[in-house]
Design a protein around this ligand. Sequence first.
Ligand code: CMC
Length: 405
Amino acid sequence: MTTETKQTDGAGAATANDTLTVTDNRTGKQYEIPIEDETIRATELRKIKVHEIDQLAEESTYLEVAYLLVHGNLPSQKELDEWVHEITIHTFVHENVKEFMQGFRYDAHPMGILLASVGALSTFYPEAAAIKDEDIRYLQIIRLIAKMPTLAAFSYRHNRGMPYVYPDNDLSYPGNFLSMIYKVAELKYEPDPRLERALDILFILHADHEQNCSTSAVRSVGSSQVDPYSAVAAGVAALYGPLHGGANEQVLKMLRRIETKENIPDFIKGVKQGDEKLMGFGHRVYKNYDPRAKIIRKHAYEVFEVTGTNPLLDIAIDLEKIALEDDYFIDRKLYPNVDFYSGIIYEALGMPVEMFPVLFAIGRTSGWIAQWLEMIDDKEQKIARPRQIYTGERGREYVPVGERS
Ligand code: CMC
């Protein structure tokens, strides 16, 4: 049995006995959490976790993972076939969706279009408001997973001034997405299986990640019992923010600025002096090598076999090596996170940076839905209304404005 402790200092600091001990019965591990201001910090509970994404990324497909998230277990072959079939036959969107998307400015950000169009789906499926009806609810889940790539691809094509490409239901989930993005004049788009697989893995790696900003937005909005399209639109909105869906773009900018391997030592020196951060390094939860980064790094090579090498990958690999051997990063437990390599792969796949959060949103949809579902089924769930700990002054009298100093 191991024990993790946290010391705090300053006002409201925990003394030796001001702690709460929590035991994770799955692992037997104990966690000692400081009590401050008569409460504990929710973020302290983040330490309690078990993660095994590697196997899913290596062995399964995104749709299997989506099934796992929604149903709580991996599907049998028959269940998987039905699930994939259902999703495949719901990939089309109503023609009016296409028409209103055309009303966006010619250069509209694809994430803004996605955000609006997911929310708008609630008006196309008003029955979705019946969130307690299991059959109706299930259909909306299928629709959301099925239509998200279509909306995402249409938003990309709009931004590029290209005609929208309808879904090709002969193709796999990622293959169809690539077709809707890249098909031009050919009768049938045939995705390279290596690119298809790389994209599928990226979707798997982004499928769910606990109570991140967008997921808690989905839960918070969904707790009002609104339909799932509106709740998921809140998630897309949260993901639109640069602090959430945008770190991989910052990594690309950083690598471009470094430009050559020879400039890495100077760059690292600047980071150590506090001039800037090494983007794509460090994580609020992982204080070790983010397992997702390891998987993406491996698949980056496969993508480059198809697309040709990208000098940014070589800089990234050298930068990682140098940082991992440097005491500054070792002492602070700073390792590559999922964003260190994902932007490089997206770029190699031909995606512009505006599409990075859109791709993230496609993968995260199954996680948002699973979390939403868990919340809807939770009998104790009430409308979100976080409690606030008031630490300001109390019992003050109202002073008329003219008498205030
Ligand atoms: N480069 C240089 N120094 C860093 C970095 C970094 N990327 N990250 C943390 N530090 C330093 C920080 O300055 C601090 O140093 P000191 O103790 O001397 O003051 C120490 O490490 C601890 O930092 P922290 O701010 O307590 O770490 P955190 O866990 O609160 O922050 C983070 C996590 C992800 C916000 C941060 O590491 C960061 O800004 N990284 C760069 C941005 C990035 O890659 N974001 C993507 C996150 S993964 C996306 C996802 O999974 O959803």
